[in-house]
Design a protein around this ligand. Structure first.
Ligand code: URA
Length: 212
């Protein structure tokens, strides 16, 4: 790459990063679906423009809703351990969710996670599409079926599709794996260990493909 091309590329990235910050600011007052009413705040994605990989989860959980960042609760700790296993610095990835507000049901003092419905996922595509266009990752890793459905615009059976690259019409590459919270839901230590190892293997393959 010539010095002039390198300068143009840096300027392009600078503009995209600025636009991404502006969009995150706009999303803070999003009312595109009713989920904003019961959530504390919008949890927008975080990470650099030009990230090698974009990790897309379902929606923020209780901890994310309180702390204002994606994947900082129990599922986030699984994700961080898996990233450490494959040697990928979280700061070099873009981490986001298909839905940017925490959907839940109040049960006494507890706030129980509820899956977003199609209308909520579709309304939130507005933000995900903008993140995708500006971050322009080499590969998108869908964490779980909600994220995969949002990105592919169709439901998939994870067991038959995990770990393989699915090309989108716009040329983007998507891979799907389990949601890290699935590791936490396994019935015993042996099953948890196995699920975590398979999650790490998918992540490693995603990083390998993103680098090619
Ligand atoms: N689960 C998700 O899908 N995203 C988060 O940010 C946290 C938990």
């Amino acid at each position: 790459m010539s010095p002039r091309q390198a300068t143009a590329r840096r300027a392009g990235k600078g503009n995209a990063a600025k636009e991404l910050r502006e969009i995150a600011h706009e999303a803070a007052s999003c009312e595109r679906c009713p989920l904003y009413r019961d959530a504390t705040q919008t949890i927008f994605g975080e990470g650099p423009v030009g990230a090698l990989i974009m990790l897309v989860g379902e929606q923020p959980g209780d901890q994310e809703d309180r702390q204002g960042r994606p994947f900082v609760g129990p599922a986030g700790r699984i994700l961080d351990s898996a990233l450490a296993e494959v040697g990928l610095d979280r700061a070099s990835a873009y981490v986001t969710n298909a839905v940017k507000h925490f959907k839940h049901e109040q049960r006494g003092k507890r706030r129980l996670h509820k899956h977003p419905n199609r209308g909520e996922v579709t309304a939130c595509r507005w933000w995900l599409d903008r993140e995708l266009a500006l971050v322009d990752p080499k590969l998108i890793l869908a964490l779980g079926t909600t994220a995969a459905h949002a990105l592919l615009n169709r439901p998939i059976v994870l067991g038959q599709n995990r770990g393989r690259v699915i090309g989108l019409e716009n040329g983007r590459r998507v891979m799907a794996t389990i949601h890290p919270s699935a590791v936490l839901r396994m019935r015993d230590d042996a099953a948890r260990h196995q699920a975590f190892a398979e999650f790490v293997a998918d992540l490693r393959e995603a990083v390998r493909i993103a680098r090619t």
